[in-house]
Design a protein around this ligand. Structure first.
Ligand code: MIG
Length: 731
């Protein structure tokens, strides 16, 4: 069977006819004959209307894996929706949504897009895709999340299509002030329309509906080092000893595909890693966690336990003829677990005992779009409706019967990761699991951190990481980052330093690169470069108490850690347009240099006063400044009125409690939050944490205990920024 789309086989005539059907001014006839209902609920501070659509012939509205909240829905006759929102079915495998998109309204979120912050004026196809060439002409990426936010100032609306099928958003590309969404499905689905509300309210409501990230283990927000690949035990041990010897802080070493026996998941390569468990145990003594990659493709090999088991139990996706579907990935011909099947998920989850027994701390799920070699475009260019049957890919057993892959493709990575999450939780119920995933869809934040896949060691990609991560955050995912230094190509030292300057503010903080090209570890360069990298990584560790507070805030409000300026300054038109700066929580403005051979950049300061993180120089808000930022600058400015909890430098988070926390005060009147718990267990869910409100006024500092439930051993002090005096504080 043809497993990859062959573009040479595309019928051009048919393609052009179908393309002509995409005319913004022409609407095709509405052929809908199924059932639909409107309901309304109040979620948080926001009114939400939901439309449920069951097309003719479809059996049921499939369970949503993304939505977890069940508010009190009240049926209504007809909803009055913002923007003249309308919907219809124009082909048996296609639904259309139309809405006005008045000039000046911004479009945000939509998961992972190669785009600036405002995704307006573009077409966006939402189908999970492994395309390692990130450039302007690419469309789909790894994480499709059909949640669109539209608005400006304090008035935002949201549209969320709760369907695993592909969709295409046209956000006024024709400049007719109209938005259109096509959803390609034959199954039932739901659409949620939120608003109006402020941006924070909207994200709070969306994440109430689709869930929030729990607190990550403390170690997982420290420095992680990865490479495709550290090929053997010796290299991995050497890596660990270099970090410790050179005093470059690091918590986690990540093993890519070469730890496996010919890329068979749930195995190790005995030649390259003869003492795998011993190696992990030794690294543990040295306070390193080890994370291993796990891909979904299971090598087709009757003598391999996981293939044989999966085959026997009927856990793999099938072809149209009912055979096990084969796709080519690292192990060669591979079978793909059907994660829609709950028994498959359980089997996959349980298989992780292999890793947990060996002492592996966390799991990295890659290739779970799922990727098939050579398929960088999943939908053919003339795709205009969901075909009734299609054989390019496989079939899944879903609730409503056997269905073709494209209908549920967007769920594949999500369900794989969810299963991994269950596996780690089962094996270590008392510990917060750490999972990293490349693909994911709505709600993935409940299970994993994400990174944005195969970027390049390009300044362009360094710059793009900011708006891309901002939109990922607005889509509900707080724990995100990109490969520091860039994945493909050689990273020269200047780029790596500039990348660490930004990367210390990524919620997920990992240096990773491909096998081709030079290494880009913080110590892979000359000593002066290493010294700068060390300082930046140390700064990340100093920021950990603040970062923990931000994760805590996310849990309670849904707020991402990285926020566009408009999150806090919605009525400042200049701030709203900026996406080469961002807020890291409410107190830190990050404005990095993302170009080669630049030492100055313009920084726009929103209202208030701001202080350079390193020099404490003061900047008045409401205007731009040209700021000198030589290589190695920490590109951060602290808001006047903030109290930042900062830790002393440590080599890994195992030392966290032995280090002093300093509450750094900015301005005469300042306040902040300090959160602490054991950093690993679930006790915080039962009250086992401390939360303090930090207040500085009239020259007096107080830490008010808002919640006490954790026996702290932390040594604390406060310090007014710009002075050197540190005054002990007893909490
Ligand atoms: O086809 O496992 O995005 O981080 O190093 C490449 C090898 C497969 C893609 C991931 C990348 C990882 C690499 N993987």
């Amino acid at each position: 069977m043809d497993q990859q789309l062959d573009e040479s086989k595309v019928d051009l005539k048919e393609a052009s006819t179908k393309r002509r059907m995409w005319k913004p001014h022409e609407r095709l006839q509405n052929i809908f004959k199924g059932n639909s209902t409107w309901e309304q609920a109040r979620i948080g501070d926001v009114d939400v209307v939901r439309l449920s659509v069951l097309p003719q012939g479809a059996k049921l509205i499939p369970d949503s894996f993304g939505v977890i909240a069940e508010p009190d829905w009240k049926e209504i006759k007809k909803a009055s929706l913002p923007f003249g929102f309308e919907w219809q079915q124009s082909l048996s495998g296609k639904f259309d949504f139309y809405f006005e998109l008045k000039k000046g309204l911004r479009c945000l979120a939509l998961g992972e897009r190669f785009s600036g912050l405002n995704v307006r004026g573009e077409k966006h196809t939402l189908i999970s895709t492994d395309n390692p060439h990130h450039d302007e002409s690419m469309d789909s990426m790894y994480k499709p999340i059909p949640f669109l936010v539209v608005g400006s100032q304090n008035k935002f609306f949201g549209i969320f299509i709760d369907s695993a099928a592909p969709s295409r958003f046209d956000l006024d590309t024709e400049l007719t002030e109209e938005g259109r969404i096509e959803l390609f499905t034959r199954r039932g689905f739901r659409v949620y329309v939120f608003g109006e509300a402020t941006l924070p309210q909207l994200v709070a409501t969306f994440t109430t509906l689709t869930g929030r990230a729990k607190l990550p283990p403390l170690w997982a927000i420290g420095h992680q080092q990865c490479r495709w690949s550290y090929p053997d035990e010796e290299t991995v041990r050497e890596l660990a000893s270099e970090f410790r010897k050179r005093k470059i802080p690091c918590d986690t070493l990540v093993l890519d595909i070469d730890y496996m026996d010919e890329y068979r998941v749930f195995t190790t390569n005995k030649k390259a890693f003869p003492h795998f468990e011993k190696m992990i145990a030794d690294l543990k003594k040295d306070n390193f966690k080890v994370v291993t990659i796990v891909d979904p493709g299971v090598k087709v090999d009757e003598t391999y336990k996981h293939f044989a088991d999966g085959k026997k139990q009927n856990y793999f996706c099938k072809t149209g003829e009912g055979e096990i579907f084969h796709g080519k990935v690292w192990p060669g011909d591979s079978a793909f677990p059907d994660f829609l099947n709950s028994e498959t998920r359980k089997w996959w989850a349980d298989s992780h005992r292999f890793y947990t027994d060996a002492g592996i701390a966390g799991i990295w799920n890659d290739m779970n779009e799922p990727a098939f070699f050579g398929t960088t475009k999943v939908l053919p260019p003339n795709f205009s409706e969901m075909p009734e049957e299609h054989t390019e890919f496989c079939f899944h057993e879903a609730q409503d019967g056997v269905i073709p892959h494209l209908e549920v493709r967007n769920l594949y990575g999500f369900l794989m990761t969810r299963s991994t999450h269950e596996g780690l939780l089962d094996a270590r119920p008392k510990e917060r699991p750490f999972i990293l995933t490349r693909s994911g869809s709505t709600g993935i934040q409940r299970y994993a951190a994400v990174w944005l896949g195969d970027n390049k060691s390009w300044y362009e990609h360094l710059g793009k990481s900011i708006p891309m991560l901002l939109n990922v955050g607005l889509s509900g995912i707080p724990f995100a980052g990109v490969d520091i230094g860039g994945f493909w190509d050689d990273a020269l030292p200047e780029l790596v330093i500039r990348w660490y300057e930004v990367g210390i503010f990524y919620p997920f903080f990992r240096n990773h690169c491909s096998l081709s090209g030079r290494g880009q570890e913080a110590y892979a360069y000359a000593p002066n470069v290493e010294a700068i990298a060390r300082k930046l990584i140390e700064t990340r560790y100093r920021l950990l108490p603040y970062i923990r507070g931000l994760f805590w805030e996310h849990m309670r409000s849904g707020a991402p850690l990285m926020r566009p300026l408009m999150w806090h300054f919605p009525t400042d038109a200049v701030a709203c347009d900026i996406d080469d700066q961002f807020m890291f929580g409410s107190d830190i403005l990050v404005a990095p240099i993302v170009e080669r051979a630049h030492e100055y950049r313009t920084v726009y300061f929103p209202e208030g006063n701001w202080y350079h993180f390193e020099t404490n120089e003061k900047y008045e808000g409401g205007r731009p400044y040209v700021v000198n930022m030589p290589l190695g600058t920490i590109p951060a400015f602290v808001r006047e009125g903030a109290v930042l909890p900062l830790a002393d430098v440590m080599q890994h988070t195992g030392e966290y409690t032995t280090k002093k926390i300093t509450f750094k005060i900015y301005g005469d009147k300042a306040s902040g939050v300090f959160f602490e718990d054991d950093g690993i267990s679930w006790d915080y869910e039962k009250g086992g944490y401390n939360e303090y409100e930090l207040v500085y006024t009239d020259g007096k500092f107080t830490a008010n205990k808002v919640h006490g439930g954790f026996p702290s051993t932390q040594q604390c002090a406060y310090q007014v920024a710009g002075t050197t005096k540190s005054t002990p504080v007893t909490l």
